[in-house]
Write a protein of this length. Structure first.
Length: 190
């Protein structure tokens, strides 16, 4: 996967009277409620869709997901084209559904989408909120970023969260019990 950090998304501290200290800010914002189609082991990787007059237009095989997409995008200023990732998986208690370890996602395939929306029906992701000193490894690995003074937010089910692919540090966390989990991630332009 190719990705890069968009430096313009970072803040640079004042440098007149003291040395410039590069600071990243990780945030995540809770948005509206969301529901999902029944479990069907669907896996879709970053398919393009359009947003026309605030409504999504998708390929026919994603028709069942239109309501979910519209709920996730409701009230946002997202602009298309957007990209959707769907991952429905059967998990055992203690398993991790997606990418473990703290990280940022980064740009996807040079699409340079600035908004990332996440929603799931089972708790399985946590994000970190606050300022940090960027110290990323390969593919956005944030294991070396000091998060000790950041707030850790466990993402709640059936809730849309709005984040940045470039600055929001997050991680998959183990599910508490055997389950079928749906994760939908949207990348869109602002
Ligand atoms: Fe991620």
């Amino acid at each position: 996967m190719s990705w890069s950090i968009q430096k313009s998304m970072w803040n640079y501290g004042p440098s007149k009277s003291r040395p410039a200290v590069r600071v990243g800010h990780s945030s995540i914002r809770q948005a509206g409620p969301v529901t999902f189609p029944p479990f069907s082991a669907t896996r879709v990787y970053m398919e393009q869709f359009y947003i026309v007059n605030g409504r999504v237009m998708v390929d026919s095989h994603l028709f069942d997901w239109r309501a979910t997409l519209n709920m996730m995008l409701a009230g946002t200023n997202a602009k298309g084209p957007g990209y959707i990732m769907i991952d429905q998986a059967e998990l055992k208690a203690g398993e991790i559904h997606r990418r473990a370890g703290r990280h940022i996602d980064g740009a996807w395939n040079s699409a340079s989408t600035q908004m990332m929306l996440l929603a799931s029906d089972v708790v399985g992701c946590a994000a970190y909120v606050g300022d940090y000193t960027p110290n990323f490894g390969a593919d956005g690995d944030a294991a070396q970023v000091d998060v000790s003074k950041m707030e850790r937010v466990v993402l709640q089910p059936n809730t849309t969260y709005i984040a940045s692919p470039f600055t929001t540090i997050h991680e998959s966390i183990p599910v508490e019990q055997d389950c079928r989990r749906t994760l939908v991630r949207i990348h869109a332009h602002i």
